[in-house]
Design a protein around this ligand. Structure first.
Ligand SMILES: *Cc1c(COP(=O)(O)O)cnc(C)c1O
Length: 423
């Protein structure tokens, strides 16, 4: 049996209808922005393997830091013990995150980072004896696939089967250009009722919705409204964090600061699964008490894994180099030039660019499902042409590793042009 046949025999892939899915390419090597399958076919990883890998595949700087940590102290339980990598990492984060973020809670993935934030918001009010139980989120949000995160998510086919088993979440419109006032009004009406513990959002860019963007100005206004009514603000930077938007964090574009932040994906440079939820001192103090029952009874076995922390420290070190900042700027400039080149194409409805993120909406009649026929056709076209992209509905987006070369980027752009010609 081939590897591919064995894969089909044993493995259940994410977001996959196996009855209609094609066999999955078997990837055997990665280097920089490139991946190779078992037949030697080369792919440009145009989406940094689901937004996790800014510094390139098989990065030796991070690999060395991981090896050094594995052979010094690979893991120790974080309940009752601590270690140097986690202390260094938290100290580093306290320096590079918005200054409101003072305390750091470790978990394993973006969904758990969101779960922790939501649980903390709920328990904070419980500890104070205040009855607040609801959450506010944007339409079409994506915050992960565990139950709390799923409740906050608004893309219906991810969550339809579980309605009735979810936390109570009320949605407000996304404040894209022209919808700002609607969003502000909706939030104002909700927070007045004092029933809500938190407002969770993907700052500036809704990733899974198709890189939908809105301004820092309107987010500042929304955060200010929530704060005025003691509704905690949760910036889910799982996708946007660590340079994607052109600044270290999307929140760096804001005047306001969130009460909590969720980090994962690029945190370890795409090497070891890890996530962090960060908090203000005020939230931490809501659990700080002589009463044991007021503590946060949440934890994961591998929480603050030293090897993950060492990988994150190395990744942040890379992010902070002048060279990497220049790479980010370079990708951004190329995206702007491509947007200029493609925007008058008769099949292009609109383009948008922020940092290393580029998105393009295709102009076509009718509705296009998230995982519908158009998306599937485009997806297959890109794979055939050696470019890994996951269009959503009628939206094609690029979020490449920062170290991608101009030639590799140009290959992505020309493949998009060919794809447009093919539909
Ligand atoms: C991917 C993502 C998550 C979920 O992260 P997982 O690691 O897949 O659980 C949460 N929030 C946002 C904004 C994301 O993009």
């Amino acid at each position: 049996m081939t590897l591919s046949e064995k894969d089909t025999l044993y493995n259940w892939h994410p977001y996959t209808q196996h009855k209609t899915a094609f066999p999955h390419p078997v990837i055997i090597k990665g280097q920089g922005a490139l991946l190779w399958d078992e037949h030697g076919k080369e792919y440009v990883d145009a989406i940094a393997s689901w937004w996790v890998n800014p510094f390139g595949h098989s990065n030796t700087f991070i690999a060395k830091a991981i090896y050094a940590q594995l052979t010094q102290l690979e893991h120790v339980l974080f309940g009752g013990f601590t270690h140097e990598p986690v202390i260094q990492l938290s100290e580093k984060l306290s320096q590079i995150l918005p200054s409101s973020q003072k305390k750091f809670f470790y978990s394993d993935n973006g969904s758990t980072a969101v779960e922790v934030a939501l649980k903390c918001a709920l328990q904070y009010f419980y500890n104070k004896g205040e009855k607040r139980t609801k959450i506010i989120a944007f339409e079409n949000a994506f915050h992960g696939d565990t139950f709390g995160a799923m409740a906050a998510s608004g893309i219906s086919f991810f969550t339809d089967a579980f309605q009735g088993s979810l936390l109570e979440v009320v949605r407000i419109p996304v404040p894209t250009v022209g919808n700002e006032e609607k969003a502000i009004k909706a939030l104002e009406d909700l927070v007045k009722t004092e029933e809500y513990v938190a407002f969770i959002f993907e700052p500036l860019v809704q990733g899974a919705a198709g890189m939908v963007m809105y301004s820092a100005t309107v987010l500042d206004q929304l955060i200010a409204i929530a704060k005025k009514h003691q509704v905690f603000t949760i910036a889910d930077e799982v996708m946007t964090g660590f340079g994607k938007t052109g600044k270290n964090f999307a929140c760096d574009y804001l005047e306001q600061q969130p009460d909590m932040m969720c980090l994962s994906k690029a945190l370890t440079g795409g090497t070891i699964p890890m996530a962090i939820t960060s908090f203000t001192k005020e939230i931490y103090d809501g659990f700080y008490d002589d009463d044991t029952n007021k503590a946060l009874f949440h934890g994961h076995t591998f929480t603050a894994n030293p090897t993950g922390c060492a990988a994150a420290l190395a990744a942040i070190q890379l992010l902070e180099t002048e060279e990497m900042q220049e790479n980010i700027n370079q990708v951004h400039q190329q995206h702007l030039a491509f947007a200029e080149r493609i925007k008058t194409h008769h099949k292009v409805a609109s383009t948008r660019v922020l940092g290393v993120i580029f998105a393009l909406e295709i102009k076509l009649e009718g509705e296009h499902d998230y995982y519908g026929p158009l998306r599937n056709k485009l997806y297959s076209f890109f794979i055939e042409n050696g470019v890994i992209m996951r269009p959503v509905g009628n939206i094609i987006y690029i979020l490449p590793p920062y170290i991608i070369t101009d030639v590799q980027l140009e290959k992505i752009y020309t493949t998009i042009e060919k794809a447009l010609a093919s539909i």
